[in-house]
Design a protein around this ligand. Sequence first.
Ligand code: BF8
Ligand code: SF4
Length: 642
Amino acid sequence: MKELRDVKDLSMDTGVQQMLVKARNEGIDTAFDRASKMTRCGFGSTGVCCKHCLEGPCRIAPGGKGPQAGICGSNVDTIVARNFLVNITEGAASHAEHAREVAHAILEVAEGKAPYTIQDEEKLKSIAEGLGLVTEGKNINQLAREVAHKALEDFQKQHGTMNWLKLRGQAKSIENWEKLGLLPVNAHLEIAKAMARTVMGGDADPANLLLGAVTMGLVDGFAGLHMSTDLQDVLFGTPRAVKAKYRLGVIREEMVNLSVHGHIPLLAEKVVEWAGKLTDKAKEAGAQGINVVGVCCSGNELLMRKGVPVATNYASQEMPILTGALEAMVVDIQCIMPGIQTVASCYHTEIITTLPYAKIAGATHVEFTTERADEAAREIVMRAINNFKKRDPKKINIPQEVTEAYAGFSVEQIVEALKAVNAVDPLKPLVEAIASGEILGAVALVGCTNPRVKQDSGNVALVKELIKNNVLVVATGCAAHSLGKFGLLSPDGLKYAGDSLRNILTVIGQANGLPTLPPALHMGSCVDNSRVADLLTALANYLGVAIKDLPVAGSCPETHHPKALSIGTFFIANGVDVHVGVDPQVSGSALVVNVLTSDKENFPVTTDGLFGGKLIYEEDPVKAAEIILNRIKIKRQALGLN
Ligand code: BF8
Ligand code: SF4
């Protein structure tokens, strides 16, 4: 058995370290300690293990020693490419389901069957127009119904390509995908096709499988990310700048604490609403009120739109329970560790699952449907209130640290902030700063934390290095939470920025009545990487170039989920370099590595050659920043900028 690591090596977050010590003292296993004990499988981690039929598992031995083909004759390139496509499909399916749930909810709202009210009518109208719908003379519900039908068509149509791809894709990117024959028809069809081609006896051409992965990246980007963000903004409002708090210290001893964890805001929003309505019941139970805190991407959704505090990000999702002051954790889907139930069983905390296809054995299940959203949310909040009295005071230990952060930087909010500098031509100051080199380029810090990596360390170190070099940083997902926890979403963090970046952020901030903008702009949850794509599209269109020409990149230093890979594939398809700091499990195939990283000179087919963007795998965040900076400089040169 491997030895447990020092808690200081597991997370940068002192509150998390404090909870890890508590867990060990109480004999409770956490993801961090399970990661220390888990040996990495050499076959799985290089992608060479195939389990696509019962002749296997077949695994290809490295270095040419041992079997070089599976029993069916699949070679290592086919096996690795097939596994990669399965990974991307899992990610895309997660996001497509998310988007479909929201599209379906909008339809129900339009038909008066679900208790939500459309918050951003203007965005609904602009989406409807973008989809080619006639808006004149139609009321909001009629329009919402038609938009929902257009969204649901992206899961049904049999010809052409997805409506949302045409709505949100940049013209030059679409042209390239069409030329390469990569346009997805509908999300469900492509997901089914990917399953069919990766089954035993399906597609055995590694290059073709990798192109299939690109199509799946487009499914993720348009029928996942873009559709989710667009429809969520319609339903819950487009985010505007908010100030909020981060870290485990947001859990309050005197309150009923309820954490919302997962992804789809249909649940999270209703829980917040009902927490507001049931304050009196909490007081009757002896608490001062109800404190909703966010975890992971549901946390991001609530932070962006409502300024709800964030307790923690992915790898440390068990820690809020260990404070002994969390009455309930309500979850929907994606990135929910089953381990939370094991930890909760040692405390009074109730884990509440809500989706029929995402249950956890031992947890309470309160089925959440949009039709009965109010009843379900009320029951969830009441359960939390009823658990308040079951606390064990001896077990309560809440880390005290809290940091402040700004969030809510939708594209609409960014443009509005820029309008304070140039009302007529808002993008001009930004583009000029990039052209002059005052801003070297832009990087989106995205994705996760991973219990195998010292939590937050990669995300924070990489961003410090980038902003020192005057790179504008935007952030999403759990990586944005890392920045929030360590002051990089607050004006304080500007001390790490290079002079010219600091000046520009200060000018824009002051034009908006703030001391300065933070060094990194929080753009939302993982599906809100669509906002990053929208910003790139706006910049590319302004300059009359393709997205691939822009001096920009994406980076996911602490990757953990297949969704991060499918999002990354979407950006590579748009010609954006994507860095991952965790092994993407393809190293067993030189062919797959060469296609994706495009590092080998004169290799016949590369993502860089086809799309203008490539995969960068580097575990050291400082070295990764250097590689990213060099690529940004190359793209600047190609644009004629020095
Ligand atoms: O969709 S950032 S750990 S919670 S996968 Fe998961 Fe990664 Fe967090 Fe959000 Ni995204
Ligand atoms: Fe082995 Fe081929 Fe079956 Fe994979 S599909 S398990 S390589 S026989």
